[in-house]
Design a protein around this ligand. Sequence first.
Ligand SMILES: [Cu+2]
Length: 157
Amino acid sequence: MIQNSLKALSLSAIAWMPMMAQANSADQIEVKHAYVREVPPTAMATAAFMTLKNNGDHAILLTKADSRAAKIVQLHTHIHDNGVMKMRQVPNIRIPAHGETKLQPGGYHIMLIQPVKPLKQGNQVKITLTFDDGSHKTITAPVKSVMGMSMHHMMQH
Ligand SMILES: [Cu+2]
């Protein structure tokens, strides 16, 4: 009896120690200004944008994003290919130590492909972010109409 409880005690101590040694990646990432772009109900996809701030001493990779709001969720970037802007899936998005990585229109974004229902302004979308050490962070991003923003963008060009 005593032997069994001692064994259980030492196992839980081992499981607990690595967490003490270093905070996990998710704990060191702060998510700011998250939003999902409102698109017409017929659109096949939309995207989530946010700023990822790394408060830690080491670079952290965002390796995966999940959401029940869409059938397929991918990490994307934009590339210029012979003057044409194209989207590409990327295996991860790097957030430098004590730095920020912006997921923004024209750059990195979380692609929400085949939304399960239309995403309208005022809706909230839950997105779970997975980092390189397997730790998770679930955020809630409001759906925003970016009509005003894209007009402003167009006027600058
Ligand atoms: Cu995309």
